[in-house]
Ligand binder design. Structure first.
Ligand SMILES: Nc1nc2c(ncn2[C@@H]2O[C@H](COP(=O)(O)OP(=O)(O)OP(=O)(O)O)[C@@H](O)[C@H]2O)c(=O)[nH]1
Ligand SMILES: [Mg+2]
Length: 300
């Protein structure tokens, strides 16, 4: 019945590395969102669509919005990322504040200073905490109980409490027909997803500052029924970084390409031809005009 259907936008926000993108991949049952053990992996918000049916048979379409980790930094790209997260909070019906089970509650206080949106607290990574630590942390949040709708401790890695979490979210969604086709996982196009997969491979295969000072652009994308051709550029800020991305005898770039291609084939369910080239673009992340060329537009 259409009038018993619920649908709404739910922004997942929290500090870098608390596990936002991992949670969404788990809920989608597909590794679409970029995940890294390095912080500040997600740069732009992205919608992920999760269907849910509660015990009473009420169906929902939950449109989760993955966001960059909330943190304050001087760097222009980081300022864009913060703005992107704030934009997601202001546009959503409900917010989920996610914090690792080990995070101090002061980060929640900082979140409360940013917004008064109705929200659920999600305590992540409970698989690596003891029962006592989990209970203690829940207790620490009790003093804010007037501020949040509910609190759910979860583990994405071990799939603990995830349906309880979806049940809580669905409860607070408005009655509305679905806003998206019921068989899609994201409204993001394949080109953008491929870009994120290449960025993830850069995060996985390079250390230090390179992942943060690099960017990927898909130059040409020829989509076919069973075979996609992707021509991408990796931009870095310095010549020395370019040599590191390429590696001795091209070993590193080959590894980045192989890992990315394998994942693109799984996600796209097609054969992939991937061409990667490395370019130096000084200060690409330090000037507003340059950032805009890479899709990080402050004005939008
Ligand atoms: N043990 C454990 N690790 C987790 C869990 N969820 C995420 N992680 C790890 O935490 C790290 C960060 O995960 P992400 O999902 O990229 O975190 P994020 O909040 O999206 O990070 P940003 O995009 O940088 O803000 C990765 O190394 C994940 O494997 C979990 O449930 N348990
Ligand atoms: Mg992320």
């Amino acid at each position: 019945m259409q009038n018993s259907f619920k649908c709404g936008f739910v922004a997942i926000v929290g500090r870098p590395n608390c596990g936002k993108s991992s949670l969404l991949n788990k809920l989608l049952k597909q590794d679409i969102a970029l995940v890294s053990h390095k912080a500040n992996a997600t740069r732009k918000k992205m919608n992920f669509i999760v269907p849910f049916k509660d015990k009473n048979g009420i169906e929902s379409q939950i449109v989760f919005v993955d966001t960059p980790g909330i943190h304050h930094q001087e760097k222009l790209l980081n300022q864009f990322m913060l703005k992107e997260a704030l934009r997601a909070i202001s546009d959503c019906d409900l917010c989920v504040f996610m914090a690792s089970i080990f995070d101090k509650t002061k980060y929640y206080e900082e979140f409360l200073e940013l917004t008064d949106k109705p929200h659920i607290i999600l305590l992540s990574k409970i698989d690596i905490a003891s029962k006592e630590q989990v209970l203690q942390k829940i207790n620490d949040y009790k003093k804010y109980s007037q501020k949040f709708l509910s609190l759910v401790p979860v583990s994405s890695q071990k799939a603990i409490n995830l349906s309880d979490f979806l049940f809580e979210v669905a409860q607070y969604l408005p009655y509305s027909p679905p806003l998206f086709d019921t068989d899609i996982l994201t409204d993001e196009n394949l080109k953008q997803i491929y870009k994120e997969i290449i960025r993830e491979s850069v995060f996985n295969n390079l250390s230090d500052e390179i992942p943060y000072e690099s960017e990927v652009q898909i130059e040409k994308f020829i989509e076919g029924e069973t075979f996609d051709k992707v021509f991408a550029k990796i931009f870095v800020e310095k010549e020395s970084q370019k040599s590191m991305v390429i590696g001795k005898n091209g070993q590193t770039i080959k590894r980045i390409g192989k890992q990315a291609r394998e994942k693109m084939q799984i996600i796209g369910e097609k054969k992939i031809f991937l061409s990667l080239n490395v370019f130096v673009q000084k200060s690409w992340s330090k000037e507003k005009e340059n950032l805009k060329k890479f899709g990080y537009d402050f004005e939008v």
